[in-house]
Design a binder for this molecule. Structure first.
Ligand code: ADP
Ligand code: 5GP
Length: 204
């Protein structure tokens, strides 16, 4: 059922597979595609900006938002909590723009229940070894964080069957073009274009 004019795209992958690289480029180049800014209790990494990468909030504020039903979904992962703000998401969708959410697999499953027509995209790393290489070359996580993320990666990979699209991020350009094609094709589905087609028909 579609009760909002904008499309919801959910992207998940093991940490290090290339989600940020792909999603940041997509929101820069695809018109009317907005990156969902989640709320998190984790501290900003160097270079991250409050209100652009995440809304950084403390545990007390996160608790309050949970109690008030302020999240479409939320999870605890890697020792921190992350959630998608309900008002924020519905506010953007109501304007007719599309939203791209970078969320992990448990939250993605819950989001699909809340928004059944969400398009679910999973990014595949070429192999376990290349995933570890990418985490190390990114240089943002400690050895301990990398160990935790690699342990979690297998569990995340096992969730691929519940996604609508699997994009292999081996060659970055190919992955980017596949991802962009999914977004553009979704915008052209009959469900999404029916009101435009009806309006044109009325002119005949
Ligand atoms: P995620 O957001 O999924 O955790 P990132 O986008 O931060 O992953 O990517 C992890 C690292 O891998 C970064 O250093 C990024 O530049 C690199 N990377 C992403 N895609 C590719 C690719 N297709 N080939 C090689 N390196 C890549
Ligand atoms: P990071 O700390 O690397 O920014 O994110 C850690 C994990 O949390 C990533 O897998 C990311 O997709 C996920 N994440 C970020 N925001 C949300 C959110 O709002 N909900 C859920 N379920 N996961 C999120």
């Amino acid at each position: 059922m579609i009760d909002h004019p904008g499309n919801v795209f959910v992207v998940s992958a093991p940490s290090g597979a290339g989600k940020s690289t792909l999603t940041q480029r997509l929101v820069r180049t695809v018109p009317d595609l907005i990156f969902s800014i989640s709320f998190t209790t984790r501290k900003p990494r160097p270079g991250e900006v409050d209100g652009r990468d995440y809304f950084y909030i403390d545990d007390a504020r996160f608790d309050t938002m949970v109690q008030e039903g302020g999240f479409v979904e939320w999870v605890q992962v890697y020792g921190h909590r992350y959630g998608t703000g309900k008002d924020w998401l519905h506010g953007v969708l109501a304007t007719g723009r599309d939203v791209l959410l970078d969320i992990e697999t448990t939250g993605a499953r819950n989001l699909r229940q809340a928004i059944p027509d969400a398009r679910m995209i999973f990014i595949l790393p070429p192999s376990a070894a290349s995933l570890e290489d990418r985490l190390r070359s990114r240089g943002k996580d400690s050895d301990e964080q990398i160990r935790i993320r690699m342990e979690h990666a297998r569990h995340e990979m096992e969730c691929y069957p519940t996604y609508d699209y699997l994009v292999m991020n081996d060659d970055l350009e190919s992955a980017y073009h596949q991802f962009e094609a999914i977004i553009l094709a979704t915008r052209a589905t009959r469900e999404r274009m029916t009101s435009a087609a009806r309006a044109i028909l009325e002119g005949f």
